[in-house]
Design a protein around this ligand. Sequence first.
Ligand code: PBG
Length: 333
Amino acid sequence: MTFPITRNRRLRRSAALRSMVREHTLQVEDFIYPIFVTHGEGVREEIPSMPGVYHLSLDQLKLEIQEVVELGIKSVLIFGVPAYKDAQGSSAYDDEEIVQQAIAAIKQWAPELVVIADTCLCQFTDHGHCGVVHVEEATGIAQIDNDQSLQLLVKTAVSQARAGADIIAPSNMMDGFVAAIRQGLDEAGFADIAIMSYSVKYASAFYGPFRDAAHSTPQFGDRKTYQMDPANSLEALREADSDVAEGADFLMVKPALAYLDIVRTLKEQFDLPLVAYNVSAEYSMVKAAAANGWINEQAVVLETLLGMKRAGASLIITYHAKDAAKWLKDSEG
Ligand code: PBG
């Protein structure tokens, strides 16, 4: 008898053999590209903590959308910096505001592109929280009013759907947000508009650069009463369970890299399309290391995104989407 009996390397002998036994692949259809829109003209302002990501005014957005479509990317996720902020986040559900304008414009320029609206209040409230804040008179303690926040989120979702959004992506982590938005959309005549719920969203330090970009850092306190404790995984099942019961069409895990175990768990337990959000600091860390010449950016990014697919994600929201699409195209050669 020869030794070793098992020779796993047999299937790794050539590139062709390796490609035949490859279990997971990355394709451009996997990517959702986040875009930040802002008022003004000729604005293409790089976000300092996110090199390669920009605040774009509508005229610049048009060029960006052309590029995205040429690269074969199927979907974008829209964030906006509004002209005004108040305690109720009124600019979130203002039909004339920048997010609504951008959605409508994109649907004109590229009707086939799937436009996803991030539905939250934190970019639109002066206090930077994702819901309405009540300060208890006796104690001075600030509390998020869950149910009152829901009404405003519904108004936001309906306004975004009216502008032409294909998918509503509520990211605020209030209880009951999927049911409330589903009902609100249905009543407003948008029964066909899907909900991509940020089902399992952790209170994470990995959102730091995004909050610079979106100007959405909470002005007091933190998001720990609504976003999840990074120490918990059973809670992720409870969050996903309630979203499924409430009518979500997609589930999401956010952040991705430090939570790939949660991606795997949800993949095994639920049969909805699963989205991983490769968040801002995951992006910025790679960009910083690459800028220092410490890593091979292309190889690290593709390996990371593939890891998210392998863990069970069917879609990945990523700031690397344009680069990754280019690299995949080049490798088809
Ligand atoms: C809004 C929202 C956030 C992100 C997406 N939607 C920030 C937050 O919850 O503080 C973060 C995305 C990223 O870091 O890339 N609630």
